[in-house]
Design a protein around this ligand. Structure first.
Ligand code: THU
Length: 158
């Protein structure tokens, strides 16, 4: 038996103003995208802003449905739209923010497992790291690559 440990690195900030300009702009776009969330059931408004290698920023927000499983998270809405509209563009960075009761949540919302898996696939497809920026009003977390949010990414079919 060998006991192994996994070391995951990420950066934490207290304020959006501490971010590098490119990251801050994407974080602000994610905050804006929360306004387009359709979330009458959870009242949890999630926004995502995705920066592509062609320079475009695409937005996503969670879209809910009365048949609950039919809805989709903000992150996957953005990534699937980007892949459908710009199939050749790599996904370089994604920023995610959430709001409740009209206020941006203090702590960042961390992406669900299904969104992490989809991020992993597009990161692999582009061959370049996808940065993840999780935005809260009191804490911002930045992960350099999807592997740091989803260790042991499934790739057994390769
Ligand atoms: N949601 C997202 O959009 N992204 C996440 O990473 C977590 C959850 C959405 C799904 C649902 O519309 C609402 O938040 C509550 O779970």
């Amino acid at each position: 038996m060998v006991l192994k440990e996994l070391n995951i690195r990420f950066r934490e900030y207290e304020n959006i103003s501490e971010l590098a300009e490119e990251d801050r702009l994407l974080a602000e776009e994610a905050v804006k995208a929360t306004a387009n969330s359709y979330s009458p059931y959870s009242r949890f408004h999630v926004g995502a802003a995705l920066k592509l290698s062609n320079g475009k920023i695409v937005h996503g927000s969670n879209q809910e449905n009365i048949a609950y499983p039919s809805g989709l998270c903000a992150e996957r809405t953005a990534m699937f739209y980007a892949s459908a509209e710009y199939p050749d563009a790599g996904m370089e960075a994604i920023a995610i923010a959430a709001s409740k009761n009209g206020q941006i949540c203090e702590m960042p919302a961390t992406p669900c497992g299904a969104c992490r898996q989809v991020m992993a696939e597009y990161q692999d497809k582009s061959g370049r790291q996808m940065k993840i920026i999780l935005v809260g009003s009191k804490k911002i977390m930045i992960f350099d690559k999807v592997d740091d949010m989803l260790p042991f990414i499934f790739d057994s079919l390769k």
